[in-house]
Every structure is written in structure tokens, then in C-alpha cells.
Design a protein around this ligand. Structure first.
Ligand code: ZN
Length: 327
């Protein structure tokens, strides 16, 4: 074993329902992975205590195993201003708006700290360990309650002038569309975010008398996971919802492809597992509308790292800071 095999970064994925952390190696393996459930409404002090506990646990584990720690990478929801390390705005956590997260983290450890938006961290994970590894230029989009995005350009994370780039979910695709919490109208997230999909499924179920699997579920209990599963079973309402979703995503991606000419598009998040009922429509929409140069077929593929992407990616921020703007 050479010395490089002993190098690890602490990777911490701060999510809406859990902190997922571990010791990340340069080949993407994770030692001491743990998932600690948190209450996102409990306030910043509580979150900081939990983050400190994970940093302490992993620091002790590294010491015990003779591993050499080179930094702490943290992926957090919200817009993060790079120069100050402040969370600008975070809809997910109480007490997290305009919060000096990097200053707080720096006091928790003598190691260098690297902080990024959670989707940017996940994109770093895909770049170094996952589906993005074969591509130098890709767009990542994550589908969940919110719709996140990240850009990798020339093999590096591109996060803009101050760290705010990649907010694909807030591209305005219908100026007269529904209001978005960001203050605009008709953002992509208002059409393809989980709440919009569930709402649309309920609307369609009311309009059409159906016997498909989705019609058997109490409308109040419908989730995007069930929509994805029902679509795979051929449920017409679920398929219609995913087809509409695929069309909106395709429309947003056409503009991104025309602007950036990427090597590929990576799609992550639970609903991405729905597969063909979603991806076929995205591909068809893009194929029909992208400009001729960019219309060479841009692969649109699922992200591969799954639930540990955020942790691995947070570790990657600390292992390869030179591939991020903060490096
Ligand atoms: Zn918005």
C-alpha cells in the first residue's frame, strides 16, 4: 500500500432529512458511512451540533485506522456565496438563510474546509466516480421536490462569478406560469418538481375515470415514487404525467444544449429511475428542436451514484479542490 492509498477526505452531504457522511478515498470508496436523520426545522444550532458530531466521529475513525485526512467537504442545500461561504437562501432549513456556514465549519476542525451547493457536490461525485467520468462537459439535473442543476465545463465544476450558477430549476420557461418561491413566474421547477407532478396526477385522475394502478391509491397519498412505478406498469395517468414532464424538461434542455453544447446530460433523483416513459419524451423533444449543430445526439443518461453521490461528491470537493472555483 502506498501513501496515496491512505489519503481520505471527510465527505458530508447535508440533506433535507439526513446528514450522510463518510471517509472518501480517491477511488470513491467510502469508509464509515453513516446516515443520521435530522429535523430540518430544529434550527441552525442543532444542525451545527450534528455536523460537529460527524466531523469528530470521522476524525477519530481516520486516526484509529491510520488514514491521512486532507480536508472536509460539505454539500449543503441553498445558494452559497463563494467568497464569504454564507448560505444566501435555503428553503429547506429553518434558520439557514444568510447563514455563515463556512465560518462555523472552519471552527469545527483544523482541516481545510470546502463548501458547495449540494447539487454541485453531487456533480463532482459523478465527474470523479460516476457517469460523468467519461465526459469533460456535462449538465447535471436533479429531480426532486426542488429541481437542481450543476455544470461541468472543460472537466471542472463551473459555479459562476459567485457560486450561484447552475440553477436550472429556476430557468423561466413560461413567463405567465405559476408563481415560484424564488419570486419569478413559470420556473422549470413549477412544472417538473415533485409537488407539481403529484398535483397534475390528481387533476388527471379526477378528469378521467380509470382503473389503472394509480387510480387505486388515495389521491392524498400519491407520491412521485408511485407515479414512477405506475408508469413502469403502463398506467396511463402516470405515463401522461411523465410525458408532460419530459416535454418541459426537453424544452429547458434545448436551450441549455444550444448555449453550452455539452457532451452529455446527466439526470439524477428518484424519478429518473422511471426510465423510458420519461427519457423517451425528453430525447424526442430535444431531437425535434435543438439547433442542427448541437442536434447531434447528446446522450441523456441517468446519474449512477445514487444515494451516496452527495457524500462521495462532498469528499471530492476536498480531494480535488483545483477542479472547483474555490481551489
Ligand atoms: Zn424559481
Amino acid at each position: 500500500m502506498n501513501d496515496d492509498d491512505l489519503i481520505r477526505a471527510i465527505g458530508i452531504d447535508l440533506g433535507g432529512s439526513a446528514i450522510k457522511s463518510g471517509l472518501v478515498s480517491s477511488n470513491g470508496s467510502i469508509n464509515g458511512f453513516s446516515r443520521v436523520t435530522i429535523d430540518r426545522m430544529a434550527g441552525s444550532e442543532y444542525l451545527l451540533e450534528n455536523l460537529q458530531a460527524e466531523i469528530d466521529r470521522l476524525t477519530a475513525l481516520a486516526e484509529e485506522r491510520g488514514l491521512q485526512l486532507i480536508g472536509v467537504g460539505v454539500g449543503s442545500p441553498g445558494s452559497i456565496e463563494r467568497s464569504t461561504g454564507r448560505i444566501h437562501k435555503s428553503p429547506n432549513f429553518r434558520g439557514w438563510d444568510d447563514f455563515p456556514l463556512r465560518d462555523k465549519l472552519v471552527k469545527m476542525t483544523p482541516l481545510p474546509v470546502y463548501l458547495a451547493n449540494d447539487v454541485n457536490a453531487a456533480a463532482m461525485g459523478e465527474l470523479k466516480f460516476g457517469a460523468g467520468g467519461d465526459f469533460r462537459n456535462f449538465i447535471m439535473i436533479t429531480l426532486g421536490t426542488g429541481v437542481g442543476g450543476a455544470l461541468v465545463i472543460h472537466g471542472r465544476l463551473y459555479d459562476g462569478a459567485e457560486g450561484f450558477a447552475g440553477e436550472i430549476g429556476h430557468m423561466v420557461i413560461a413567463p405567465d406560469g405559476p408563481e415560484c418561491p424564488c419570486g419569478n413566474n413559470g420556473c422549470l421547477e413549477q412544472f417538473v418538481g415533485a409537488p407539481a407532478l403529484v398535483r397534475r396526477a390528481r387533476e388527471l385522475l379526477e378528469k378521467i375515470d380509470l382503473t389503472g394502478p394509480l387510480a387505486q391509491i388515495d389521491p392524498e397519498e400519491i407520491t412521485v415514487e408511485e407515479i414512477g412505478l405506475a408508469a413502469a406498469d403502463g398506467d396511463p395517468v402516470a405515463r401522461a404525467v411523465l410525458a408532460e414532464m419530459g416535454r418541459w424538461l426537453g424544452i429547458a434542455l434545448i436551450s441549455l444544449i444550444n448555449v453550452l453544447d455539452p457532451d452529455c446530460i446527466l439526470v439524477g433523483g428518484g424519478i429518473a429511475q422511471a426510465g423510458p416513459p420519461l427519457f423517451d419524451v425528453i430525447r424526442r423533444t430535444v431531437g425535434n428542436h435543438a439547433m442542427s449543430g448541437a442536434a447531434r445526439v447528446v446522450p441523456i443518461i441517468t446519474a449512477t451514484l445514487g444515494p451516496r453521490a452527495g457524500t462521495a461528491g462532498a469528499g471530492a470537493l476536498a480531494l480535488w479542490p483545483e477542479l472547483t472555483a474555490s481551489g
